[in-house]
Design a protein around this ligand. Structure first.
Ligand code: HEC
Length: 495
């Protein structure tokens, strides 16, 4: 048992340290591809209860919430009052299809355009497919409704409608349509819809520089293809790029940055297998097909995707959030230089998270199926503690958050059996020189901390002596540690 544990941890470390997609290829078996920890310094505050499946949320200027309900309604929630929006289009309900996402035009305040994605029948042929429409939201009604895009052909299959929408910095609208359960036909064929990310102008016309605009018979709205079922999408606030996550098969959920005209490979390449356990393809990479930025093993079933730009949550800025439908938690994915460096769980056990969004007030809101909408609030007690620490060793604290926290954790408790603790740790507190050495030169081989064995590798991090002194003073005086004799740059220099 112990051995098994340390092997999977070893694999996990391997992935943590080398988490670019290229290196992930070596991992074939169903095995956790990184350690996932649990966030503690927050509370879930109920904003409003709702027994429906709220598929999409948006914020109006007054921080009130507009919510699309999968069974076919839109509600406006303000100060505890729920108002139904009238005059919705006709919607096709089947399996995963229904009323799905909503998005506000970036200039909604002036033009009132609300965008909807939903399954509809509309055209000839049995069944339905994903439809994108816009309408003006005036006095709680949709007026001037226009269908901007209708996926074809219709299908009676209940799977993979995609349907997330997002505007970029030029007011182009991106949206997804999943492979509609027809993976061998749709995703790799640019003359049919499904398995694609699309880009259209806000009025539904197609930008002339779309990658397949000049290609005969192609669906000209396609921006990238070879996708399975992307249900999470955000615009990166710094680069303006569109990032998506998608439901893969078993073990093949992906994070991708969407690039013009690229083929993301489904189902020719994938890290996943069929739910039944049989193989889809042996290929994990092929020429001219994009590798994911990251893939989840096991699958989390990502329902939504958001970037945290808010400063409200200590240590969370710049990381990503994805709703994990299978495990019923929200996953925070730490990112550095476009590589996944950490994973942690929020709101485990509350229910299936459908949409997650940062509001204009900087708080993160989550819709949980059949429960309602919650706001994530940093817990006050632990924050106050942090503030006193900030005053003591601000530089060391910041360096710790950048370089050490992902393994030794924000509370210094580490991960038992993998990353040793620093809080109340006999190694750190009694072996001052060895600890400085470990940070300066790296550490490997078996060690014992507070009676527990550790035997992994901590790499050299390239910090200078001044920085190491700052970090040492921070960790020697945090989480209950108290060391009077401060570490100086000179002391580190001599080690
Ligand atoms: C990739 C994960 C990782 C990162 C990042 C990391 N460490 Fe470690 N650290 C370890 C591991 C693993 C060990 C134990 C190595 C062994 O088993 O020989 C360790 C051991 C230590 C020890 C000695 C044991 C103890 O608990 O007192 C100290 C001190 C330490 N780390 C401090 C730091 C500091 C400070 C940083 C940031 C500058 C840092 N570590 C970054 C993984 C990490």
């Amino acid at each position: 048992m112990k051995n098994k544990f340390s092997i999977s941890i070893l694999l996990a470390i391997f992935i943590l340290n080398y988490s670019c997609a290229q290196d992930l290829k070596t991992l074939d078996e169903e095995n956790k591809n990184s350690i996932i920890t649990t966030e503690e310094n927050y509370e879930m505050e109920l904003v409003f209860e709702d027994e429906n499946i709220i598929w999409g949320i948006e914020f109006l200027n007054d921080n009130s919430i507009l919510a699309s309900v999968k069974s076919g309604s839109i509600y406006h929630y303000k100060n505890g009052v729920k108002t139904e929006i009238k005059d919705l289009p006709e919607i096709y309900f089947r399996g995963q299809g229904g009323l799905l996402d909503i998005a506000l035009h970036p200039e909604f305040k002036e033009n009132k355009w609300l965008y909807l994605s939903y399954a509809s029948e509309d055209i000839k042929g049995k069944g339905g497919n994903t439809t994108i429409a816009r309408a003006k939201l005036i006095d709680n009604s949709l007026v001037d409704l226009e269908v901007l895009y209708k996926g074809s052909p219709n299908s009676k299959k209940g799977q993979h409608f995609g349907s997330r929408m997002e505007f970029d910095n030029e007011n182009y609208l991106y949206f997804s349509i999943g492979d509609r359960g027809n993976r061998n036909v749709n995703p790799q064929d640019i003359t049919i819809d499904g398995g694609k990310i699309y880009r259209i102008k806000d009025d539904g016309t197609i930008p002339l520089d779309n990658p397949f605009y000049k290609e005969e018979n192609a669906k000209k709205a396609i921006y990238s293809y070879g996708h399975r079922n992307p249900q999470g999408m955000f615009k990166h606030p710094e680069t303006g790029e569109i990032w998506t996550n998608e439901h893969g098969p078993r073990g093949g959920d992906e994070i991708n940055i969407i690039k013009k005209g690229k083929n993301y490979g489904w189902p020719k390449i994938t890290y996943g297998i069929n739910y039944s356990g049989t193989t889809i393809t042996k290929d994990k990479s092929l020429p001219n097909m994009e590798q994911p930025l990251y893939y989840w093993l096991p699958s989390i079933a990502p329902s939504s995707f958001e970037y945290i730009s808010s400063e409200i949550y200590p240590g969370w800025k710049g990381s990503l959030l994805a709703g994990a439908l299978v495990f019923k938690y929200i996953e925070r994915v730490g990112i550095k230089d476009n590589k996944v460096i950490s994973r942690s769980k929020i709101a485990e056990g509350l229910g299936r998270p459908r949409d997650v969004k940062q509001g204009p007030d900087g708080y993160i809101y989550v819709s949980i199926e059949n429960k309602g909408v919650y706001k994530i609030v940093p817990s006050k007690k632990k924050n106050n503690l942090k503030i006193s620490e900030i005053n003591n060793y601000p530089i060391g604290k910041e360096l710790y958050e950048d370089f050490c926290m992902r393994c030794h954790m924000s509370d210094g408790k580490g991960v038992e059996g993998a990353y040793p603790p620093l809080a109340n740790a006999d190694y750190l507190l009694n072996k001052r020189i060895e600890s400085i050495k470990a940070i300066k030169y790296g550490l490997s081989g078996p060690i014992v901390v507070n009676g527990i064995n550790y035997n992994l590798n901590m790499e050299k991090m390239g910090l200078d002596n001044q920085e190491i002194a700052e970090i040492m003073n921070y960790i020697l005086n945090s989480w209950g540690n108290k060391t009077e004799k401060l570490v100086t740059e000179k002391e580190v220099d001599e080690v």
